[in-house]
Design a protein around this ligand. Sequence first.
Ligand SMILES: C[S@@+](CC[C@H](N)C(=O)[O-])C[C@H]1O[C@@H](n2cnc3c(N)ncnc32)[C@H](O)[C@@H]1O
Length: 388
Amino acid sequence: MDLGTFERLLGPEGQELLAEVAERAGIESDLALGTRLRRTHDNDLVAAAVTQNHLRGQAATKLGADAAHLYFTHDALEQATRSRVAAHRATRLAEAGATAVVDLGCGIGADLVAMARAGLRVRGIEQDPVRAAIARANLAALGLPGTVECADATAVTIDSEETAFVDPARRTGRGRVFGTDGLQPPWPWVVELLQGRAVAKVMPGLAHTDVPGGVEAEWVSDGGDLVECCLWGRAFARTRRRATLLPSGASLAHADEPPVIGAVGAWLYEPDDAVIRAGVVAELAGLLGGWLPDPHIAWVSADHGEVTPLARRFRVVDELPFREKQLKAALRARRIGTLTVKKRGVQVVPEELIKRLKLDGPNTATVVLTRVAGDGRAFLVEASATAR
Ligand SMILES: C[S@@+](CC[C@H](N)C(=O)[O-])C[C@H]1O[C@@H](n2cnc3c(N)ncnc32)[C@H](O)[C@@H]1O
């Protein structure tokens, strides 16, 4: 979709078309609807309306009810922040005293919308003219104040009262980037920004060694999916690393305490990926009054089973033999036919192991395969209710 087509989509003819497509989609096929509408409207405009309608449907999982009012491109929707995650960031910014934000590479404006909603004065900068126009239209569609400029973010002057936010693109012409090298705007520029009043959203795979000095790295998961690492610049940093879980908002900060090590007790906790990535498993153990069976493996054990959004908990029913032949005999003796294998720190491919075990009993079970002080261990466990 080019800029001219998008502008026409925002006009009376485009809006009428969009409404008609939304109403008729699912009743008429795309082909029939497109063919009929092209008799009275321009091809590009019809294609844009049909595409927008599809993208609005896809966007609902990420952006909820807002999606039905917003505009997207396919790629920019993929890059957009989930609304729950954007709202969390915006709230923390407002609570930390930010009043105005310049979003340096705002895409279609998912973060911009959340920040405007949190009461921040927002200014979006976007180098792509279509995305800039979409971000502007999206603020307007939700009745939110704010401005959007089409410009190179690295050349923009940041006002003294503005906090900078940047969510660099992780895609290049050659595909998705996993390291900091291919980010746009570039990583060294982001690092420089973070020395002051700035916040950056980066990939959750960011290495701890890549977190710039004085900056807080917050690993965020949403509904159990690890979605991002948010870097809070010097002006906002409260700890070195933290895990935050949405929707509960539970947050656990790095405390730099040595882990307590102990034998597997009555309960095993499997930390959320944000807790693991943030390296706060020992802090989770402390919070639960528990310990780590092995200092290098992300299991927490405790005598009590507390419900927490930070981890899935399993009641330890029994210890089983780790060796495959004996394990098979133990499972058969319990007439287990359906097995779930949770493994950490051991070289086992669960699906292949389950196939080799050839179990056929009527019972269902979960087995944890792990390593404790270098030795493989197997535990029969029962999953318990988890909080989100
Ligand atoms: C990951 S997307 C931002 C998504 C946005 N936070 C959201 O939730 O909708 C990154 C955006 O930065 C833009 N961008 C990259 N380099 C830029 C630059 N130097 N100046 C302005 N925009 C830039 C890209 O065009 C892209 O739209």
